[in-house]
Design a protein around this ligand. Structure first.
Ligand code: NAD
Ligand code: DAU
Length: 353
């Protein structure tokens, strides 16, 4: 394929991107980031608006270069309707929460596996120049010491991770089989504004603000490598515009911490007591540690994370304090039911699995 650098080669005209999942956490941040950093870009944002997708996350964006379409990536006709004149697809649409995949993996297979296949087929039929599959470090499974490189085997432990690994491998297969220009990123744990409060950091911020208990799974010594979502967005931009066809890029920030350390920092910022922390039943199949070797993206593009964890966390806490209407809306309705099922009755729910 001849478009290893779609932005640079086509700088003279608008680059038309189909971004899926653009009303979610990383998607809305990425759309906002690109509209600012790339004046040549126009975006079709295709999102099903599941519980995790929220139009209020896009409220401040201009309408001239950003069009939102409600639709499901697993439905071929709905994807086709957005494909005219598209130069690249960036697939961020997913069911993304491990705990939900343990309760029921059906939607994960439908969206993460079938949805990705539908998008890849659309690329193939419509001769779309480039495809960026946004994958995750969870496809490698857990690692006690050392770090995963792009050559490490995929060894998944949750239905979520298995569905993402399937999508990741499907994307690779479309490059190998059909010669399509596909790039893949595998990033570590993101945090920042607009993250749905079922994930560790926003959940802890919001619970601590209400003096509610902070549920720590198991011994709380599970390790994640935290990256600010804006640093992830910069990496996605670099891979989208400069990545080599068929290549995979790890994106990690070398900011490893146990869950207990993360929660303690949230408590410190808010001035809340550690007595709010409560150990609860562990997550089945819980990955002990994720750690990525990101030498390749650092070397190839000079990418490096710019936002230190403590600074990013303070800004994130401030963002949640200043956006309480957003929070109240996304936590209403079906989220309340989920929270009750997951935490209020957590012992029974997980013991019965
Ligand atoms: P999210 O759950 O916040 O957002 C997902 C978005 O996808 C939502 O807006 C939702 O409405 C949409 N969606 C779900 N099913 C859809 C469907 N069938 N059709 C169209 N849209 C649909 O997720 P996120 O945290 O923003 O993650 C985005 C992507 O990045 C995912 O692929 C995830 O696996 C990957 N990722 C996330 C992290 C992280 O730490 N959050 C890290 C690495 C990779
Ligand atoms: O590593 C990348 C992945 O990071 C992404 O692919 C996923 O989409 C994203 O959800 C995230 O997965 P995790 O399972 O690591 O994130 P989560 O926020 O659910 O949990 C982070 C850690 O905190 C994990 O060890 C479980 C623990 N945890 C989580 C919650 C929600 C708790 O101890 N208590 C909680 O209430």
């Amino acid at each position: 394929m001849t478009y290893p650098t779609i932005g640079i080669e086509r700088m003279v005209k608008t680059v038309r991107l189909l971004i899926t999942g653009g009303a979610g956490f990383i998607g809305s941040n990425f759309v906002r980031y690109l509209l600012k950093s790339r004046p040549e870009v126009s975006i079709i944002n295709l999102d099903a608006l599941t519980y995790a997708g929220n139009l209020e996350s896009l409220d401040d964006l201009p309408h001239d270069r950003h069009k939102f379409v409600r639709g499901d990536i697993s439905q071929r006709d709905q994807v086709e309707a957005c494909a005219d004149g598209v130069d690249a697809i960036i697939n961020l649409a997913a069911e993304s929460h491990v705990d939900r995949s343990i309760l029921d993996s059906s939607a994960f297979i439908r969206t993460n596996v079938v949805g990705t296949q539908v998008l890849l087929e659309t690329m193939r039929r419509r001769k779309i120049a480039r495809f960026l599959q946004v994958s995750t470090d969870e496809v490698y499974g857990s690692i006690e010491t050392g770090k995963f490189t792009e050559m490490s085997p995929l060894y998944t432990n949750s239905p979520y991770a298995a569905s993402k690994a399937s999508a990741d491998l499907l994307a690779r297969s479309y490059h190998r089989t059909y010669g399509l220009d596909i790039v893949i990123t595998r990033c570590s744990n993101n945090f920042g504004p607009y993250q749905f409060p079922e994930k560790l950091i926003p959940l802890m911020i919001l619970n601590a603000l209400e003096d509610a208990r902070l549920p720590v799974y198991g011994d709380g010594l599970y390790v994640r490598d935290w990256i600010h979502v804006e640093d992830h967005c910069r990496a996605l931009e670099m891979v989208l515009f400069r990545g080599s066809p068929g290549e995979i890029y790890n994106v990690g920030s070398n900011q490893e911490m146990t869950n207990r350390e993360v929660i303690q920092r949230v408590l410190d910022i808010l001035g809340k007591p550690a007595s709010l922390i409560q150990n609860v039943t562990d997550r089945p199949g819980h990955d002990r540690r994720y750690a990525l070797d990101s030498t390749k993206i650092r070397h190839d593009f000079g990418w490096t994370p710019l936002i230190p964890f403590d600074q990013g966390l303070e800004n994130t806490v401030r963002w949640y304090l200043e956006h309480q209407a957003w929070t109240a809306h996304v936590r209403s309705g079906s989220y309340r039911h989920y929270y009750e099922q997951m935490y209020e009755r957590r012992s029974q729910t997980l013991a019965n699995l």
